[in-house]
Write a protein that binds this ligand. Structure first.
Ligand SMILES: Nc1ncnc2c1ncn2[C@@H]1O[C@H](COP(=O)(O)OP(=O)(O)OP(=O)(O)O)[C@@H](O)[C@H]1O
Length: 251
């Protein structure tokens, strides 16, 4: 068994000749929290699409816990232990946070059975623990429609965790959030990183500074550089292609 949770080898994805990913190599240890940054069009979304089976590599391969992901369906990959959180929250707005989490803990049962049935003691404890982790205990029983955007993001992250994935893929979790909500989501991801491997794609550099230990910079479908936030920020190539863009400084 490899201690790498993810290994990407010479991965190329071509869309009608255009290489969205170009001979990309990447690896990540089990238990790591990795942030991926890069300018628009660098290939970040395509990278996640390959890992989740939405897009097939043209050449190269992606291994999850040593298993080749080629030709596996998205469903199969999710069952292997990869969970993805998209940018927009996808919670059931008419249900409460507790009910949303109940459903996620019981993906194998159908929706009606979950809502009508009584959750077992273990499930209740799991849901109560998750509500606490995502900071929604006091709002557990109001319709999710009444939650703020940041609270919905945290709920959806909780719903993902409820499915016990080994690797969490989180796409721009703080887009459109207030500073306070951004910090809450950051703290949540740091807490979850104690027991999960996590990849976060993010544009918000303040947020990246809050959570990142290792940062990977993508550019034109390949890895431009990797390192700590300080190393990445001081890399002349990165400054040129990405961080060198005029910064908005609001103090
Ligand atoms: N299905 C597709 N067909 C053709 N081109 C595509 C397709 N999907 C992505 N691309 C192109 O591949 C490149 C990489 O796109 P991708 O969405 O992965 O970048 P990104 O780093 O996520 O960008 P952003 O930060 O803007 O979301 C872009 O130039 C995009 O236009």
């Amino acid at each position: 068994m490899s201690d790498k949770i993810l290994e990407i080898e010479n991965l190329t994805v071509s869309f009608e000749g255009f290489k969205a990913l170009n001979q990309l190599n990447f690896s990540m240890d089990t238990g790591e929290l990795r942030v991926i940054i890069g300018p628009n069009g660098a290939g970040k979304t395509t990278f996640l699409d390959v890992i989740t089976g939405k897009v097939q590599p043209t050449t190269g391969r992606a291994l999850f816990k040593g298993k080749n992901l080629r030709s596996r369906s998205e469903h199969n990959i999710s069952r292997l232990g990869i969970g993805r959180k998209f940018q927009t929250p996808r919670v059931y707005l008419q249900l409460t946070p507790r009910e949303n989490l109940d459903l996620s803990c019981n993906r194998h049962k159908n929706v009606l059975a979950t809502l009508m049935g009584r959750p077992s003691g273990t499930e209740r404890r799991t849901v109560a623990g998750l509500l606490e982790t995502i900071g929604l205990t006091t709002k557990a029983d109001i319709p999710a429609a009444l939650l703020s955007h940041g609270e919905k993001q945290r709920l959806e992250i909780g719903m993902l965790v409820a499915q016990s994935p080994d690797l969490l893929l989180v796409d721009e979790p703080v887009a459109g959030l207030t500073d306070e909500e951004t910090e809450n989501v950051g703290s949540l991801l740091i807490t979850l990183a104690e027991s999960h491997s996590i990849i976060v794609i993010e544009h918000d550099m303040e947020f990246v500074r809050q959570i990142a230990r290792q940062v990977t910079v993508l550019h034109q479908g390949s890895v431009l550089c990797e390192g700590t936030m300080d190393e990445v920020q001081n890399n002349p190539q990165v400054i040129e292609v990405y961080l060198g863009q005029p910064e908005e400084d609001d103090g």
